[in-house]
Design a protein around this ligand. Structure first.
Ligand code: F6R
Length: 608
């Protein structure tokens, strides 16, 4: 969701900025722009649509000379995608320019105040108030100007700012929207996400809330909003720059699905030690684990779906009541958190605005928060009391696959850890569960190798209007994720239902030929789900079943069956989701959709 790249150094800035922005394309955007100081003035070029348009307009940046500049990919919030609304935004004299991620919440008030003082606005954006406000406060001292503006604005921001008067400096600032800066021998860089500058430097500084950075060609200085100089430690990024490349796969999503065996291994294995589960990051003794009387899981989207599975698994294995909330609901519903409760937030990006707000709400009420997070150094990772990382590496495709799979296994580990500490899992069951966990990566690989079968089946449904996913218990949680995967990338309307709920309304939507994907991996519920399949089949549905190898009975009710290998029923989500991910992917590919960057979506949702 929106991307920022900035550079000041000895090389031409525009090609570096374009290259950096291309690494942020996955985040989702609808227009792009760059501001470059050419030695006399600041030039801005913007375009609607893909970054390619901006690249073509500027011949890969060549036609924009200059060694310092800022660039942006915009995901429209205030005002339609257009050249006028695209960033960077200028002041009237075109001497100050700004790029911004986030939302200025008091922009209407500021806009009115500036309009009353004679400022004229050309765009519908909240960002333009920043350009004029910077102009309003500017008296020749850019640092002082930036901090004055930050004291006036409310909301969230990551900013890149350029003053024509001070072309040897670029400014960056942040509140509640991610921002990193880095340096190499050729200059200093700003980025809203690490992949944008990973090619140039591995040592980055995470800018904290309400900090300002002054970047020059050969050094950077950090300041508080009160202009006090700060000392910060760099973080070395361990992951390989190639991890953010496609490596011969047609799409990042396909590559990331194929990385799932490794992701699951990397998340599980360091925490399985000598036939036990050791989660050092939890920082909880068995006694403390025992004293937890309720777990609140809070997340958005697929991470929420992982949480729904977590509820079934934790309640089943550890016998602790679990409540799962959508973060956007949790933060405003005044949730009841009672003594002994523990809050777990789940997030791939670690930057999701609602999840971050839920974390802060819980902490403000005095509850400890465990973050299950993928991006090291992200806001949630830094603000959570304890962090359990999912070692999925960078996930580029907007639709999550490998991070979701890693979240699932992190939750299984937690469930087993709690279950054992509370005496709810005996040693025999524990050993058998550990064995099943260790087998998951190979089993996932086996299912991935079945992709041609799924592709063939998916090709029959590229014209589908509606698809329903049904299941009970954990199978309902799998259905939620299977349905989201299909709809978000193929734009086919799809719903997930607890199978028993169908006849309370939704069954009226079933018509001749409607595809119903029935997930049935829970032996205790096989017969119940078969009844629901029979009900929809009787109304004309075509039934695809995803089930376990032992459940051959299902063939009597299904039109097409995909079998998953044997595992403990608590872990079936990790296997059943693979054919459903492949199904969504191949339907979208068959329809010619932009699989990695679905319309209207952003990789990390840093605004409410
Ligand atoms: C769907 C998807 C989203 C995210 C959601 C939360 O494929 O990726 O639903 O799961 O936006 O994002 P994170 O996990 O970054 O908090």
């Amino acid at each position: 969701m929106c991307g920022i790249v900035g550079y000041i150094g000895t090389k031409q800035a525009a090609p570096i900025i374009l290259d950096g922005l291309s690494k942020l394309e996955y985040r989702g955007y609808d227009s792009a722009g760059m501001a470059i100081y050419d030695g006399g003035k600041i030039n801005i070029t913007k375009s609607v649509g893909r970054l390619k348009v901006l690249e073509n307009l500027t011949h890969g940046g060549e036609t924009m000379p200059g060694i310092c500049g800022i660039g942006h990919t915009r995901w429209a919030t205030h005002g339609v995608p257009s050249n006028t609304n695209a960033h960077p935004h200028y002041n009237a004299a075109e001497t100050i320019t700004v790029v911004h991620n986030g939302i200025i919440e008091n922009y209407l008030h500021l806009r009115q105040m500036l309009t009353d003082k004679g400022y004229q606005f050309v765009s519908e954006t909240d960002t333009e108030v920043l350009a004029h406000l910077l102009d309003y406060y500017y008296r020749g001292n850019p640092l002082e100007t930036v901090t004055k503006v930050l004291h006036r604005v409310e909301g969230s921001y990551a900013l890149g700012i350029l003053f024509a008067d001070c072309p040897d400096q670029v400014f960056a600032a942040r509140k509640d929207s991610p921002l990193v800066v880095g340096q190499n021998e050729d200059g200093c860089f700003i980025a809203s996400d690490v992949p944008a500058i990973l090619k140039y430097t591995r040592k980055v500084y995470y800018v904290d809330n309400q900090e300002v950075v002054r970047l020059r060609a050969d050094h950077m200085h950090f300041y508080s909003v009160d202009e006090e100089e700060l000392t910060k430690e760099p973080v070395t990024i361990e992951w390989d720059a190639n991890a953010a490349e496609k490596a011969g796969y047609e799409h990042f999503m396909l590559k990331e699905m194929y990385e799932q065996p490794k992701t699951v291994t990397d998340t599980l294995m360091p925490r399985i030690k000598e036939k036990d589960i050791v989660i050092e990051e939890l920082n909880m003794s068995d006694e403390e684990l025992n004293s937890v009387n309720k777990i609140h899981i809070v997340a958005c989207g697929s991470a929420y779906h992982a949480g729904v599975t977590g509820k079934y698994v934790i309640e089943g294995l550890a016998r602790i009541p679990v409540e799962v909330d959508l973060a956007s609901e949790f933060r405003y519903r005044n949730p009841i958190l009672e003594e002994g409760a523990m809050v777990v937030v789940i997030s791939q990006s670690g930057e999701t605005a609602d999840t971050l707000a839920a974390l802060r709400e819980s902490k403000a009420r005095g509850f400890k928060v465990l973050g299950i997070v993928n991006v090291v150094g992200s806001s949630i990772a830094r603000e959570a009391d304890n962090v359990m990382y999912t070692w999925a590496g960078p996930e580029i495709a907007v639709a999550t696959t490998k991070a979701y799979s890693a979240q699932l296994v992190a939750l299984y580990l937690l469930a087993m850890k709690f279950g054992k500490a509370r005496g709810k899992i005996d040693s025999k069951l524990f050993a058998s569960l550990l064995g099943d966990l260790k087998r998951l990566p190979n089993q996932i690989e086996m299912l991935l190798n079945n992709k041609l079968k799924i592709q063939k089946f998916a090709n029959r449904y590229i014209g589908a209007k509606d698809v329903f996913f049904i299941g009970r218990g954990i199978d309902y949680a799998i259905s939620l994720e299977g349905s989201l995967k299909l709809k978000e990338i193929s734009y086919i309307h799809s719903e997930a239902y607890a199978a028993g709920e169908l006849k309370h309304g939704t069954i009226s939507l079933i018509e001749e030929g409607t595809l119903v994907a029935a997930v049935s991996t829970q032996p205790d519920l096989y017969a119940k789900t078969i009844s629901n399949m029979v009900e929809v089949k009787a109304r004309g549905a075509f039934v695809l079943a995803v089930t376990c190898e032992e459940n051959k009975e299902i063939e009597k009710a299904a039109d097409y069956v995909i079998y998953i290998p044997e595992t403990n029923p608590y872990f079936t989500n990790s296997l059943a989701i693979i054919p459903l991910q492949l199904f969504g992917y191949y339907v979208a590919v068959g329809k010619g959709c932009d699989v990695d960057k679905p319309r209207n979506l952003a990789k990390s949702v840093t605004v409410e």
